[in-house]
Design a protein around this ligand. Structure first.
Ligand SMILES: O=P(O)(O)OC[C@@H](O)[C@@H](O)c1c[nH]c2ccccc12
Length: 258
């Protein structure tokens, strides 16, 4: 229950969760491990690890390229699981996999969920899972005590309640239509949209997609329980050539303000 406990502890302190995303294996898994620790030290409350996939339909250019670098470096699900196990032996920070359904199907549904449990994964996000097919996966995750984190889009409207039902951990609200990556304009009615999701959800709500500056974090975090940043972190890692000290202070700046 690491995710639930984290949100509860933050709530007591009247703080919002900062969730940082990394593509596992970019540029290699040892680096990913050191980035996880840097994110945690910088103030990330939850860390999302993306399992690279050859056809990443929800990802914008930054995360697509990160995934390609990881795949080129020979990253596999088994290697990511091993690294996760090592990370888990060193930290209690909640860890979430962002994983395409195809990857899970190829690996084997139950085998994947069982392995996630064994290495200490707390939740999973599956961007391409059709609603109609999710029951099998949800049952397995529940059996192994792993949270299924649903994705809600500004266009979900009438389906929001239905999509959230049976999920745990937190709800992932996508800030705008399209793919991941930094853009400066969120969905026009973002505030009412976030409020409507908050109202319908009895688990915490976080918002992500296109958040790249401290101002974005400040603009959105009042409405929800957490914010998620991905592409901007990957870009910072690229710019600083993987310097973990620079990464840590960047996360500090984003999560707390300079
Ligand atoms: O990169 P951004 O715009 O900061 O958005 C977070 C996002 O990258 C991360 O959560 C993520 C990476 N790949 C995804 C696929 C679907 C949903 C979410 C994701």
């Amino acid at each position: 229950m690491r995710i639930k406990d984290t949100f509860e502890a933050l709530k007591v302190k009247e703080k919002k969760a900062f969730i940082g995303y990394l593509t596992a294996g970019d540029p290699d898994l040892n680096k990913t491990e050191s980035f996880v620790y840097a994110l945690e030290k910088g103030g990330a409350d939850i860390i999302e690890l993306g399992i690279p996939f050859s056809d990443p339909l929800a990802d914008g250019p930054t995360i697509q390229e990160a995934g390609q670098r990881a795949l080129q470096a020979g990253v596999t699900v088994d290697k990511i699981l091993n690294t996760t196990r090592r990370i888990r032996s060193n930290t209690n920070v909640p860890l979430v996999y962002m994983v395409y359904y195809n990857t899970i199907l190829i690996y084997g549904l139950e085998k994947f969920v069982k392995c996630c449990d064994e290495v200490g994964i707390d939740g999973i996000i599956v961007p391409d899972l059709p609603y109609e097919e999710r029951d099998v996966l949800l049952d397995l995750l529940e059996r192994y005590g792993i949270d299924f984190i649903p994705l809600i889009a500004p266009t979900s409207k009438d389906r929001i309640k239905k999509v959230i039902e049976g999920c745990s951990g937190f709800v992932y609200c996508v800030s705008s239509l399209g793919v991941t990556g930094g853009r400066s304009n969120f969905y026009g009615d973002i505030i009412p949209y976030l409020r409507s999701v908050k109202e319908l959800s009895d688990i915490p709500v976080a918002v992500g997609f296109g958040i790249s500056k401290r101002e974005d974090v400040e603009q959105l975090e009042n409405e929800v329980d957490g914010v998620i940043v991905g592409s901007a972190i990957i870009r910072k890692i690229q710019e600083t050539d993987g310097d973990t000290v620079a990464l840590e202070s960047y996360i500090k700046e984003l999560s707390e303000g300079a």
